[in-house]
Design a protein around this ligand. Structure first.
Ligand code: ADP
Ligand code: MG
Length: 158
């Protein structure tokens, strides 16, 4: 079940974080957020907000991992931050442990998710981020799956 695409504009990194926080606070069970968009489009910034909404303690400051490809943070549900920017081929997805964390009952936020082969993810929320100007970004959100659809509906009504 695929939702209509929703578009949200933000005009500051704070607004993007706030949106992420709303998304995080609506998450009740294992959920995958697949992010795409150029460097600097705000993927990591959005995930910082998601971490707040999942009650990850404030002393954890999420940055793009430089060498690690997966970082884990404690929250209401464990948050896995995956960054595939440096991934070379789909075989290394095994090596970095992506398939292992897909089995876990956690929230998985994946930057550069467009590098994944189609079909690896079945139920997820896709968020494509686009640079508009220095402080403005556009986010295009699509839900795949029932509970994912539900979350986007709730997001639009708050
Ligand atoms: P990515 O992970 O996509 O490479 P980052 O979140 O690391 O992007 O970086 C986004 C940069 O753009 C940050 O320096 C952030 O402060 C800045 N920025 C400016 N306006 C926005 C906005 N509306 N949303 C998100 N980031 C913004
Ligand atoms: Mg990033």
């Amino acid at each position: 079940m695929t939702s209509d695409q929703i578009q949200i504009a933000t005009t500051s990194s704070k607004q993007t974080q706030h949106l992420g926080q709303k998304i995080g606070s609506l998450i009740r069970s294992a959920t995958i957020i697949a992010l795409s968009g150029d460097l600097g489009s705000g993927k990591t910034t959005l995930i910082q907000g998601i971490s707040r909404g999942l009650d990850v303690p404030a002393e954890y400051y999420i940055t793009s991992p430089t060498y690690t490809l997966i970082n884990q943070y404690p929250g209401r549900l464990p948050l896995f931050h995956v960054d595939l920017y440096r991934i070379e081929d789909s075989e290394s997805l095994h090596d970095i442990g992506l398939y292992d964390i897909l089995q876990e009952n956690g929230v998985i936020a994946i930057e550069w998710a467009d590098k994944l082969d189609g079909g690896i993810l079945t139920e997820y929320i896709s968020i494509a981020m686009a640079f508009v100007s220095d402080d403005s970004r556009k986010l295009f959100l699509t839900a795949y799956g029932l509970k994912e659809n539900d979350l986007l509906k709730k997001l639009q009504s708050v």
